[in-house]
Design a protein around this ligand. Structure first.
Ligand SMILES: CC(C)(COP(=O)(O)OP(=O)(O)OC[C@H]1O[C@@H](n2cnc3c(N)ncnc32)[C@H](O)[C@@H]1O)[C@@H](O)C(=O)NCCC(=O)NCCS
Ligand SMILES: Nc1ncnc2c1ncn2[C@@H]1O[C@H](COP(=O)(O)OP(=O)(O)OP(=O)(O)O)[C@@H](O)[C@H]1O
Length: 197
C-alpha cells in the first residue's frame, strides 16, 4: 500500500516522515527528488536555464534556490512553468523508488508530496494523510525555520491550496498545532487504526 503524506509548507511533513522512518516505514521524499532532478547535467536543469536565464544560477552554476524561490513564489505563471519542468521528472523517480521498496518486500511505502492535491496526484497513492496546522502556527514555524521575512513566508503559504481545503480531501488528518510529543501520539494512533503497525 502506498500512503500519500501531504500538508502545507512547514506543516510538519518532514517531521512525520522522520517518525515514520523510525518505524522502519520507507518514505519517498518529493522535495529531495525535486532537488536531485535539477542538479547540473540533468535535463530539468537545462530547461530551467533556458526558461529563466542564467540569472537563477549561483557562482558554481548551480540553481540558486533562494533566487528561483523569490521569482516563482510571487508569480503564478512562472511557478506553473517551473512545475511543468520539474514535476514530470519528480513523478517518474518517485514511482521508481516506491516500486523498488515494494519489490524489496515492504508492505507500506509513504510518498511525501507537498502538492499532492494541487497537482492532482492522488491516483499515485492508495490513501492520503494530511498534516494540518492552523495558519498562525504554520507562519511562525516557517519564519523561524527558514528565516523568511513576513512577506516571503506569506507568499509561500499563499502559493498552495489552503490547508483547510485539503482537510476535505484527505482520508485522515493529523493536526500538528501542539507539541512534538502530541504529534508522535497522534501518528502512532493513526498507524494503528490503519493496521500499519
Ligand atoms: C522554488 C525552489 C527552487 C525553492 O527551493 P527551496 O530550497 O527554497 O525550497 P524547498 O524545495 O525545500 O521547498 C520547500 C517547500 O516549499 C513548497 N513548494 C515548493 N515548490 C512549490 C511550488 N511549486 N508550489 C507551491 N509550493 C511549493 C513545498 O511545501 C515545499 O515543501 C523549489 O521549491 C522548487 O524547485 N520548486 C519546484 C518543484 C516543486 O514543486 N517542489 C515541491 C514538491 S515536488
Ligand atoms: N509539533 C511541533 N512542535 C514544534 N515544532 C514543530 C512541530 N512540528 C514541526 N515543527 C517544526 O516546524 C518546522 C516545519 O516542520 P517540517 O520541516 O517538518 O515541515 P514540512 O511540512 O516538512 O515543511 P516543507 O513543506 O517546507 O518541507 C520545522 O522547523 C519543525 O522542526
Amino acid at each position: 500500500m502506498i500512503i500519500g503524506l501531504t500538508g502545507g509548507i512547514a506543516s510538519g511533513k518532514s517531521t512525520v516522515s522522520n517518525l515514520l522512518r523510525s518505524y522502519n516505514i520507507p518514505v519517498v521524499d518529493a522535495d529531495l527528488i525535486a532537488r536531485q532532478v535539477v542538479e547540473q547535467g540533468q535535463s530539468a536543469y537545462v530547461k530551467i536555464v533556458e526558461h529563466f536565464g542564467k540569472e537563477v544560477l549561483d557562482e558554481e552554476e548551480n540553481i540558486d534556490r533562494k533566487k528561483l524561490g523569490g521569482i516563482i513564489f510571487t508569480d503564478a505563471r512562472k511557478r506553473k512553468a517551473l512545475n511543468g519542468i520539474v514535476h514530470p521528472a519528480v513523478r517518474l523517480e518517485m514511482k521508481k523508488q516506491a516500486e523498488h521498496y515494494l519489490m524489496e518486500g515492504f508492505s507500506h511505502v509513504v510518498m511525501d508530496i507537498p502538492l499532492l492535491f494541487e497537482s492532482r496526484l492522488t491516483h499515485m497513492v492508495d490513501r492520503t494523510l494530511l498534516i494540518y496546522v492552523d495558519e498562525k502556527t504554520q507562519f511562525s514555524r516557517l519564519v523561524k525555520r527558514d528565516n523568511f521575512t513576513e512577506e516571503e513566508a506569506w507568499s509561500r503559504i499563499a502559493s498552495q491550496m489552503p490547508l483547510k481545503d485539503k482537510v476535505e480531501l484527505a482520508d485522515a488528518v493529523i493536526t500538528n498545532n501542539g507539541s512534538l510529543e502530541e504529534l508522535k501520539v497522534k501518528l502512532d494512533e493513526q498507524l494503528r487504526e490503519w493496521k500499519i503497525i
